[in-house]
Write a protein that binds this ligand. Sequence first.
Ligand code: IDP
Ligand code: MG
Length: 149
Amino acid sequence: MDRTFLMVKPDGVQRGLVGEIIAKFEKKGFKMIAGKFEMLPEDRVFEHYAEHVEKPFFPGLKAYITSGPCFLMVWEGKEIVAVSRAMIGATNPAEAAPGTIRGDYALEIGMNIIHGSDSNETAGREIAIHFSKEELIDYTRIDEQFLYE
Ligand code: IDP
Ligand code: MG
């Protein structure tokens, strides 16, 4: 089954949106298989945002993402990478469609509430950065027989 890495960023935590965000993915039918609440250590910020380290916005991004606790998760489900990115919305909340998480709850690109992996390859890489294999829990959700035909 497809997997992705989702993370409620410090602004999402501070604004009390963790529960609502989890509820959206739960109601969609996706399954959380790992979750933890933590301050991101610097080494993992550099690894996670490796593609952005040289960009002008990186210092601000690093300050933002380490400004408070994050809620890190691994989720599983059919085509979850593309579907969760669509549910999250455009990187810039001003361009994110209403109904998406960023479209409904955020205003600015530097405070956009949530991270979601952008490809299956990225998902595998990001899951491995933040979680050990032992932290990923294999279980059956009771409603799976009414989610998958
Ligand atoms: P994504 O989170 O939608 O995948 P990316 O382009 O991968 O977007 O950028 C990673 C994160 O870096 C964004 O979610 C946002 O927090 C931050 N970011 C990207 N571009 C900018 C910018 O121009 N100014 C400030 N922050 C930015
Ligand atoms: Mg990205």
